[in-house]
Write a protein of this length. Structure first.
Length: 236
């Protein structure tokens, strides 16, 4: 396995929220959703150049919910409810930027890159070449983000023991199919131990983000949300 130079690498923690765990059993619990938290925290302990998190943030009438247009999933991760909150014990204080997604009623966004097209530009502006992805669900939101990032030219590693997956036949989403496609694209499927063993710290990761850098990333995030809101508003 090639080294992971932390000075040019970022960690993306995908949707580690209560609504995807047994803490909210009536929502969309994914097997193993709670058990992966210690592995994610091990990754969060590393001095990555950037640490990003995505967060499902759905309206109550989101198009993917049962009884709505797509009729795929139970209601989950509704904005402002316990299901939308991050899982207790997750070291969220390490997150530099939280990218909310799925907040437009008629637009589904499995990947943070779908809701926020400027996400990859923000990574490039930070001189990122490698993205390590973990979270929920391995074959859905993690995979869709990893696939977009790989197609954009980033080296992408998906940490399997720091992620939890689930098959959704109604949506044609299967763990084995996603992994086969990911491997064909060059996504590296690894473990936390493999990442830690390959990590090379001290090659330029900034000790703290400057205010200008923090604001630039926040502007990119907010622009994505503003664009989505503009699409949601009727023409006047």
């Amino acid at each position: 396995m090639e080294p992971i130079r932390l000075g040019e690498s970022s960690l993306l923690v995908v949707d580690v929220q209560q609504g995807f765990t047994t803490l909210c059993p009536r929502e969309l619990p994914v097997p193993g959703g709670l058990e992966i938290v210690p592995r994610i925290n091990e990754l969060l302990d590393q001095p990555w150049r950037c640490i990003d998190a995505s967060q499902d943030w759905h309206p109550a009438e989101h198009c993917s919910f049962l009884g709505r247009r797509d009729n795929l999933y139970p209601q989950h991760c509704v904005m402002g409810t316990p299901g939308a909150e991050f899982v207790p014990g997750l070291r969220t204080g390490r997150f530099q930027t939280i990218w909310r997604k799925g907040f437009h009623q008629d637009f589904d966004a499995y990947a943070v890159t779908a809701q926020h097209p400027r996400f990859m530009a923000a990574l490039r502006a930070d001189a990122i070449t490698t993205v390590v992805v973990c979270g929920i669900a391995t074959n859905i939101c993690c995979f869709h983000a990893a696939r977009d990032l790989r197609r954009a030219g980033f080296r992408v590693l998906l940490v399997e023991d720091a992620s939890a997956g689930i098959d959704v036949p109604a949506a044609g989403l299967f763990q084995d199919r996603a992994k086969a496609e990911g491997r064909q694209l060059g996504i590296e499927y690894v473990t936390t131990a493999m990442v830690l063993a390959a990590a090379i710290p001290g090659e330029g990761p900034r000790p703290s983000e400057t205010e200008a850098e923090r604001l630039r990333r926040e502007v990119a995030r907010l622009r994505g949300e503003l664009d989505a809101l503009r699409r949601a508003l009727p023409d006047i």
